[in-house]
Ligand binder design. Structure first.
Ligand code: PMV
Length: 331
């Protein structure tokens, strides 16, 4: 048995009773202190802890058994089984087939553009894990689901929880202590919204980009200590409800992550001219007195961090900036 299969059987100790179909919704999460780099590529174990905030938008997935081969629909369109997204989903499903001749029909719908650095893989793999739990009647708790979702996409383990969530790197080689957990913080005023500048698929996926950064960026050596520092400062700011300190930490953490990528040879740059224009606008708005910050992931889009009382102002500013990609779900 390979390590992934061993991991899955260690989590799936209890056998469930299978139903005809399963379905689930999982939300997108946005990291405030980022996960960038794996200590174990096979089991998706991160070099550092990370901390995220869960949004209300996400992915709806349903799953049932199919006759002769897997069939996947993404946003109501049948996906070729050779498509990179289909291959990733099938490889994940392979971990859970009771026998090799068990096939699945999966229908998945994303409320955010797919593969554009908007965390669709996090909500996607979390929703698929929960839908399988429903189909197979595993009856797993959130922590166990978080462990399994992590195998699909590291950040997916944080999409099992709402609010502020920490993913523990863990220290075990078998990865059984690397799961996410909700922090005991309620902050209804806090808000994170994607500012979509491009919905194009990214040129290099985060999995490849983080490995290239580890191997070919001289700045990566400083990243683990930076994360440890930012995590403890951010938690303090979170428990104190100190919005400006928190926003400044998030923004700087994201820019530092991008700096490690830019210093990779050859460079990895997810930003477009629009991204930079949007960043400058956020800095200008802040200078003018609006408490607003951004974070960015492996893509050109920004995620704006602000307080709910300023939502109308933020929307007006974005519309007047003319730097936006129109969508009903996001700013
Ligand atoms: O889970 P992955 O492999 O899609 O990596 C996500 C990496 C970032 O989104 C850039 C950071 C994070 O912590 O979510």
């Amino acid at each position: 048995m390979n390590r992934k299969a061993q991991f899955v059987s260690a989590v799936l100790k209890k056998k469930g009773s299978q139903r005809a179909a399963g379905s689930a919704f999982a939300p997108v999460n946005i990291a405030l202190v980022k996960y960038w780099g794996k200590r174990d590529q096979e089991l998706n174990l991160p070099v550092t802890n990370s901390l995220s905030y869960t949004l209300s938008i996400g992915t709806h997935t349903s799953i049932s058994l199919a006759d002769r081969q897997d069939a996947i629909w993404l946003n109501d369109v049948p996906l070729s089984l050779e498509h990179p997204i289909a291959r990733r989903l099938i490889a994940f499903c392979d971990l859970f087939r009771p026998d090799p001749a068990t096939y699945f029909q999966i229908k998945t719908k994303n409320e955010v553009p797919t593969g554009a650095g908007l965390a669709s893989s996090a909500s996607g793999f979390a929703a698929l894990t929960m839908a399988m739990n429903d189909l197979f009647g595993w009856d797993l708790d959130r922590r166990e689901l978080s462990l399994l979702a992590r195998l699909g996409s590291g950040s997916a383990c944080r999409s099992l929880f709402d609010g502020f969530v920490e993913w523990h790197t863990g220290s075990r080689e078998d990865g059984l202590d690397s799961f996410a957990e909700r922090l005991d913080v309620e902050w209804p005023e806090f808000s994170v919204e994607p500012w979509i500048l491009s919905s194009e698929q990214k040129a290099i996926d985060s999995r490849k980009a983080m490995q290239a950064t580890i191997e070919h960026s001289s700045l990566y050596a400083a990243w683990p200590a930076k994360v440890a520092h930012d995590l403890s400062a951010l938690k303090r700011a979170l428990f104190d409800r100190d919005f400006d300190t928190l926003g400044a930490i998030c923004e700087n953490n994201a820019l530092t992550m991008h700096a490690t990528m830019i210093a990779t040879a050859p460079p990895i740059i997810y930003w477009t001219e629009e991204s930079l224009r949007a960043m400058r606008l956020v800095w200008q708005w802040r200078k003018n007195g609006l408490p607003i910050y951004f974070t960015m992931d492996a893509g050109p889009n920004l995620k704006l961090i602000f307080l709910k009382k300023d939502e109308a102002t933020v929307r007006t500013l974005i519309l007047s900036s003319k730097v936006y990609y129109p969508t009903s779900k996001c700013l």
